[in-house]
Write a protein that binds this ligand. Structure first.
Ligand SMILES: [Zn+2]
Length: 484
């Protein structure tokens, strides 16, 4: 058998070990990994001497802004940024125009993504009080999971009441899909922010003052109760504080199927950076006091926090540098810089390269049912690969980023480690730090309905939730017209 590509001379990284090996690829999958002499003939070879071969990162939290906000980003620029960042699969959020809350909106977004994407992608469906009836259509249309906004953020998606959340969880639970939560309690933040505004505060630190960590503690605790009651799987997005780790760990200890992610900005930035970075640092949840960093690192190591994501949330410079912090758009790009920032911490000895692979690829793949097709390099797996130079020292320059939004808090930061080549299902999407234009439109939607282990359900009368299943006749017109 002739392989399509054999990569020689590199060091393969898994979540448990690293070893020198060649990697043969055929039909988009890993054919074999082993000694150079054991490799089959190949149509193409790549010399990876001195480089490390990682499973491509799976970033379960990006906002590629399409449709509706394409002056900030689109699936072409966003997935190009992913390719340059060694990220081979992204999960895109639903706060676009129209929100991804109906089968029709999902189908339109699937089409846009499939035409432009350089890397594979999953699309989240919006779970709000007015989209509960659309859950069956969103599942049928191939969502990777659902996003529920307990707190306000960009796009002004209304937060459901606790009653609405409970019903939403009851409807999603039997589908096996996971609900990813923006776990900040809206009503607390609304009151804090209005008091701060009334007091004339508009400096960057007022943003942090408006969202004390109790907003996350309350939201994670409440969501865990509803998850336990219904058996609905949940995922806590962008964990920013030491305090919310306790309700998360408690829920895991009770057997609740809850997972969590943190992001580079919470591991590496602190309140003292607001002065240096200015309004660009505004993000939800806010970058918190530096004392939170060590507990977040410890939670990754212990498994309380399962993975690293980025919350890649691009805005253009005009939207990020306003005098009144409460008018600055929230978020900044991250999908392209996550891997270099984290590899810098590997170089500094904060974690091992295998730890990084576990948090960036293996765990996300397992949590969303993509493993072992994705997230690991072994025979049979998708050849989703980041080939990186762990020793390359360079400086992040916003102007050189692929993202359309060329403004981040990372500008000028010295890092060590750079993806040199990125492959998605065996196809180069970035080669020698150059975008492979012909790979545009080759990214594909990933969605796997997981096996359903018996859920942890605290409600002894769980069967009664049948009564809230939404009858087809009550679905909205967009759903019934889903054939379009
Ligand atoms: Zn987000």
């Amino acid at each position: 058998m002739t392989a399509d590509l054999v990569i020689h001379g590199g060091t393969v990284v898994t979540d448990t070990t690293t070893f020198p090996a060649s990697v043969a690829i055929k039909d988009g999958r890993v054919l074999s990994i082993g000694a150079r002499e054991a490799m089959p003939d190949a149509a193409e070879t790549l010399d990876a001497t001195g480089l490390h071969i990682l499973p491509g990162a799976i970033d379960v939290h990006v906002h590629f802004r399409e449709p509706g906000y394409t002056h900030k980003e689109d699936f072409g620029t966003g997935t190009a940024a992913a390719a340059f960042g060694g990220v081979t699969t992204v999960f895109d959020m639903p706060n676009v125009i129209p929100p991804t809350g109906t089968g029709e909106a999902l189908a339109a977004k699937q089409k846009l993504a499939s035409e432009k994407a350089y890397v594979d992608y999953g699309l989240y469906g919006l779970l709000g009080e007015d989209t509960i009836a659309h859950v069956p259509d969103l599942v049928a249309g191939g969502v990777i999971g659902f996003k529920l906004y307990m707190g306000n953020t960009f796009g002004n998606i209304p937060s459901p009441t606790t009653g609405g959340m409970l019903e939403a969880f009851e409807v999603v639970a039997p589908t096996g899909k996971r609900v990813s939560l923006h776990a900040e309690t809206a009503s607390i933040m609304a009151r804090r922010e209005s008091r701060l505004r009334a007091a004339g505060r508009k400096d960057p630190l007022a943003h942090l003052a408006a969202r004390p960590a109790v907003v996350a503690v309350e939201a994670v605790s409440r969501a865990a109760v509803l998850s336990e009651w219904t058996g609905c799987r949940i995922h806590v997005l962008h964990i920013s504080s030491a305090e919310e780790l306790r309700p998360l760990a408690d829920a895991k200890a009770r057997g609740v199927d809850v997972t969590g992610e943190t992001c580079p900005q919470y591991l590496l930035l602190g309140a003292e950076d607001y002065g240096r970075i200015g309004p660009v640092i505004r993000v939800n949840p806010p970058v918190r006091e530096a004392r939170n960093q060590a507990p977040l690192w410890a939670a990754l190591k212990s498994g309380v926090v399962d993975m690293i994501a980025t919350d890649h949330a691009p805005h253009i410079p005009d939207e990020k540098v306003r005098d009144d912090i409460f008018t600055v758009d929230c978020g900044f790009p991250g999908v392209e810089t996550q891997m270099p920032l984290m590899l810098t911490e590997v170089a500094a000895g904060r974690m091992s390269i295998s730890d990084y692979v576990r948090w960036s690829a293996v765990n996300p793949a397992k949590v969303w049912g993509l493993y072992p097709h994705k997230g690991i390099l072994q025979p049979g797996a998708h050849a989703d690969i980041a080939i990186v130079d762990l020793k390359r020292a360079w400086t992040i320059d916003d102007q050189k980023l692929q993202s359309r939004a060329k403004i981040t808090p990372w500008h000028g930061r010295a890092v060590t480690g750079l993806p040199i080549h990125t492959l998605v299902r065996g196809r180069f999407v970035m080669k020698d730090r150059t975008l492979v234009e012909s790979a545009r439109g080759t990214g594909r939607s990933v969605h796997t309905v997981q096996d359903m282990p018996a859920p942890c359900v605290a409600n002894p009368d769980a069967a009664m939730t049948e009564i809230v299943k939404v009858p087809a006749s009550s679905r909205g017109p967009a759903a019934t017209g889903a054939a379009a």
